[in-house]
Design a protein around this ligand. Sequence first.
Ligand SMILES: [Fe+2]
Length: 171
Amino acid sequence: MRQTRYGCLKASEGCLIIDIFDDLAEFAKWWLHHRMLLPPPNAVTTYQNMTGTCLYRHGQYQVQMFTSKPNSVSVSHVHPNVDSYELYLCGDLDFVIAGNIYKHQEVAANPIPVRIHPHYWHEGTTGPLGGSFLSLQKWLNNVPPSCVGEDWVGVDGSAAGTCVGRTETKE
Ligand SMILES: [Fe+2]
């Protein structure tokens, strides 16, 4: 997943090669290949309708598995200090990420990690089956990794550290 861009200078010395290293993409690729398990002692975080389990944490990188109860909806939100990929695992779990809709019927047939940059608003809903997904993360701005639910700004004004009200059960 290395991204290499080539920019050609018109000067006589020729072309300039600009190599842009995407370390989160490299980490996600490495972890998905090796599935390394290195959970911290405080791996489990629970919210109203969602449970997160940290499967791997090293430095600023970590992998969390989230499991949502059936018939749940999360408010649209961002994680200001987290760059991540989300990977659908199971269930009738649909995402909206930066305005793009990811329906489980299509995603389940071809699960591909979807990038969620820190400024990407996103939300998820589940049907009767509930659902699980992986979140492969790099924590930014020297913020120590914890649960992404603790680095949260909700469109409804909900903020980090308020562990209730982030998910609602559908009627
Ligand atoms: Fe999120």
